[in-house]
Design a protein around this ligand. Structure first.
Ligand code: CA
Length: 235
């Protein structure tokens, strides 16, 4: 029998935390939890969780800093941030720090469960498509190790960024709509009520890493009204 998926919930509001624990235990997960930033971070750094649900406002250390510290240690840890709906800056910063996704409060529990399942589906499939991506004249990306080099510069990527590049590479001959990226890369079957901003934020992050001038992308281009396209590949 496969082992249960392990979830860590870091959330200081007891009512929300208890509700989440109940829901995910009901769905068959093994759940650990913390209501404090420092304790939560220490648990997160054990590396034994398949996914971490991480609140932003926490006593001790806030969730953005926790996300950052986890990423320094482990770029492949699956993390979903729980953010306040009104706070765009938290959402953008969380995704910039390498969270796989975010869910804005107040959230529907059913949607959160779907998001958790989608992230886990992606992360447990691994990065099996390409080993190495060559882009432009001097950029190479190691898809297994989530690292890259452009000239003398070392780059590091999150797993989600690599998956996004891999999917665009597979479909190099056409622009890929954001809805398709949400479906294929994020694993969301029904995206009508999910913000497509997640895709755009990841594209911006990727351009900062791979483009010589992120404001004038030459590799990861926007095709107006059609989506994103990856060009400039050498085999
Ligand atoms: Ca909180």
């Amino acid at each position: 029998m496969p082992r249960k998926l392990r979830l860590l919930i870091i959330e200081d509001e007891a009512a929300i935390r208890t509700g989440l624990i109940d829901v995910f235990v009901y769905h068959g997960y093994e759940v650990d939890f913390s209501g404090h930033g420092v304790e939560g971070l220490n648990k997160a750094l054990t590396g034994k969780f398949d996914l971490i649900l991480l609140d932003v406002m926490l006593p001790g250390i806030n969730g953005l800093e926790i996300c950052n510290r986890i990423r320094v240690r482990d770029r492949s840890q699956a993390i979903i941030m729980l953010t306040a709906k009104s706070n765009d800056e938290d959402i953008i910063e969380g995704l910039s720090l390498g969270a796989d996704d975010y869910v804005a409060k107040p959230f529907s529990v059913a949607q959160l469960v779907l998001r958790v399942q989608a992230v886990l589906r992606r992360t447990r499939n691994g990065t099996s498509q390409c080993q190495t991506l060559q882009l432009g004249d001097d950029l190479s990306i190691d898809c297994q190790n989530l690292t890259g080099r452009r000239g003398d510069e070392n780059l590091s990527f999150t797993r989600r960024e690599i998956e996004l590049l891999q999917y665009l590479q597979l479909n190099w001959h056409r622009p890929v709509p954001r809805e398709e990226l949400l479906n294929k890369v994020w694993g969301y079957a029904n995206h009508h009520d999910i913000e497509t901003r997640t895709v755009d934020i990841h594209i911006v992050k990727l351009r900062r890493k791979i483009e010589v001038d992120p404001a004038e992308p030459q590799l990861l281009i926007t095709v107006r009204g059609a989506g994103y396209r990856l060009i400039g590949q050498s085999q």
